[in-house]
Structure formats: structure tokens, C-alpha cells
Design a protein around this ligand. Structure first.
Ligand code: ADP
Ligand code: MG
Length: 322
């Protein structure tokens, strides 16, 4: 079972940043309004996420580190099939199987906090600990027991960069939550609860915020909102392109194409469009779980999505204020 967990971990936990993404999603799922991330050595030595969410009840703590549906994998060949199920309830178990993981948590409306630890193969007995509220998950020494995986880790700077990018994707999408990031003991960023446009400016820079046009359209069960940069906004460093589908960051060729086409059509320019856009639609019309660690989506009606995004952006970019 440990081997299977480690194989699954390879899929879910490609690098520290993928573990961080899972931990942040869990904190958000728990209704947290304040999340602090602390990394050491690019997240390889330590990844620590502290939140003020609902917590985990004492009797559920061991469960949180245990794989739920082991019967789904009979062989390596089945891995593909399992991946398509989205590894529900597997992220934490996968992370724990390739690291030394500790969870401290205090469930809402309970008096005591509890702590559990895993050394990669064995889970310690639950013991009392002190914690005001929420959950702290600490992941130490990622891949310490899987040298083959450890070999693929890049430099501290590169791994930190990936972690920061994963952090920023979440921070952009949840202005209603406060966030903090520190690396090697140094506080790097702190975001108070805010409004979307204010948060975008805080994360992406005042120059971006000053050069944006608001997008807001709804039609036939589809909604898109956010900001697109005016053509005067020119940033030659890495792309400022964020698309979220029902709150999840995605990279989607169809969406990118619709956006680029709108820029091309209105501005005759599509080189480095910058944008933060949120697409919302009936969850039954999109599969966001194509792969647990990747950012693909599959739409039931891709053409309708393409048309809607193209028209929405076209309208925004062609507006007099734009
Ligand atoms: P999933 O998120 O798919 O349920 P995970 O392996 O990511 O699976 O997490 C396992 C379980 O641990 C979650 O379902 C949740 O009950 C609990 N959990 C993990 N992190 C937190 C957290 N920060 N706050 C509260 N509960 C948590
Ligand atoms: Mg999860």
C-alpha cells in the first residue's frame, strides 16, 4: 500500500508546488479566511500551511492521512483510470507517503487540539497539542524516501518560483481570504481581505491594475468576469494570464484561443495579452477533474464557450473606456 501511495504521489505531487496547491485547496475547502504559508528551501525541506478553518475532528485525523479507496488500483496499468477519477481523498495520503508529514488541528467548537504524524510509512498515535483554531499541516523532507523522485527536483530558486506561482494563483482567486507567504523565515507577502480588483493590483502590480478594462458578461447560464489589460500594458517578463473555471485555475487551449482572437480582432495585436478572468458555469457542463495535478478542463460544448468568451472580450476591448 505504501508503494501504491508513492506511485500515486508521483502523479499528485510532481514537486513542492503541487503539494502546496493541494494544501491550499484543503484549507479553502475547510472555510478558512486566513491562510499562512511558510516554505523552507523552496518547499523541499519544509512546506507548512496554517489556516483558521473548520479543522479536523480527532476521530478523523488518521483518516486524513489514509488512502480511501485502495481497491481502485490493482496494478500499475490501472493508474491511468484512477487518475481520471481525480484522486478524491488521496492528496494528503500521497503527500504523506513521500515526506514526513504532521497535522495539528482543532475542530470547530471543540476544546482540544490533536496532532498526528507520519514518517512516510507509519502513522504515529494521536496526541494532544495546543492550537487556538484551524489546522497546521507541515510537510518535511519531500521525497526523502524516494530518491528517484528527488532527483527530478530543480534548484531551490526554481522550486520556490513554482510554489510562489501556485500561491499567487490561489491568492488572485480568493480576495475574500487573507494570505501570508514566507520563505526561509523571511516574510515575502501579506494580503489582507480585499476586493477583486484591489487584490489583482496587489498581486500583479499597480502598472497592471492601472491598465485594465473590466469584463462582465452573462448569457445562457455562462458568466465571465474579471479584467483584461489594455494594449498599452506591456510587460516583457512572464505572461500575466490567469483563467479560472468555477474558481479553479486552468490552462485551456480553447479559452486562450478565444481570448487571443478577440485581442487580434479588436486591437490587431495578440502577442502578450494579460488578463485575470473567471468563467462560471453549471458544473455539469465542465469536467475540471481530467487530471488531479494538471490544469486541464473539458467542456461539454466547447464551441459555445469559445463564442461566449470571444464575444465578451471583444465587447470589453472595443468599449470606449477600453
Ligand atoms: P480531499 O481534499 O480530496 O478530500 P485530501 O487528501 O486532500 O482529500 O484531504 C483529506 C481530508 O483531510 C479532507 O477531505 C479533509 O476532511 C481533511 N483535511 C485536509 N486538510 C484540511 C484542512 N486544512 N482543514 C480541514 N480539513 C482538512
Ligand atoms: Mg484535497
Amino acid at each position: 500500500d505504501q508503494l501504491i501511495s508513492q506511485i500515486a504521489a508521483g502523479e499528485v505531487v510532481e514537486r513542492p508546488a503541487s503539494a502546496l496547491k493541494e494544501l491550499l485547496e484543503n484549507s479553502l475547502d475547510a472555510g478558512s479566511t486566513d491562510i499562512s504559508v511558510s516554505l523552507v528551501q523552496g518547499g523541499v525541506k519544509q512546506l507548512r500551511v496554517a489556516d483558521n478553518g473548520n479543522g479536523i475532528a480527532q476521530e478523523d485525523l488518521a483518516m486524513a492521512l489514509t488512502r480511501h479507496a485502495t481497491s481502485k488500483i490493482a496494478s500499475l496499468d490501472d493508474l491511468e483510470a484512477v487518475a481520471s477519477l481525480g484522486f478524491r481523498g488521496e492528496a494528503l495520503a500521497s503527500i504523506a507517503s513521500v515526506s514526513r508529514t504532521q497535522i495539528s488541528s482543532r475542530a470547530l467548537d471543540t476544546k482540544h487540539a490533536w496532532r498526528i504524524a507520519s514518517n512516510g510509512s507509519e502513522i504515529s498515535p494521536i496526541e494532544p497539542t495546543a492550537l487556538d483554531a484551524g489546522t497546521i499541516i507541515e510537510v518535511d523532507d519531500l521525497y526523502f524516501n524516494t530518491p528517484a523522485r528527488r532527483k527530478f527536483l530543480k534548484t531551490e530558486g526554481t522550486e520556490f518560483g513554482h510554489c510562489e506561482a501556485a500561491f499567487n494563483r490561489v491568492v488572485l482567486s480568493r480576495p475574500d481570504v487573507a494570505f501570508m507567504l514566507q520563505h526561509n523565515g523571511r516574510a515575502l507577502s501579506r494580503y489582507a481581505v480585499s476586493e477583486p480588483t484591489k487584490r489583482f493590483g496587489e498581486v500583479l502590480g499597480a502598472d497592471f491594475a492601472a491598465e485594465t478594462i473590466a469584463v462582465e458578461e452573462s448569457a445562457a447560464g455562462l458568466r465571465i468576469w474579471g479584467v483584461v489589460a489594455k494594449p498599452t500594458f506591456n510587460r516583457n517578463k512572464s505572461d500575466t494570464q490567469y483563467v479560472y473555471v468555477n474558481g479553479r485555475f486552468v490552462r485551456d487551449k480553447l479559452i486562450s484561443h478565444a481570448i487571443r482572437q478577440a485581442y487580434q480582432d479588436v486591437l490587431h495585436h495578440d502577442r502578450h495579452p494579460a488578463f485575470v478572468l473567471f468563467l462560471e458555469l453549471d458544473p455539469n457542463l465542465v469536467d475540471v477533474n481530467v487530471h488531479p495535478a494538471k490544469t486541464e478542463v473539458r467542456f461539454r460544448d466547447g464551441q459555445a464557450i469559445h463564442r461566449f468568451i470571444f464575444h465578451s472580450l471583444h465587447k470589453a476591448l472595443a468599449s470606449p473606456t477600453g
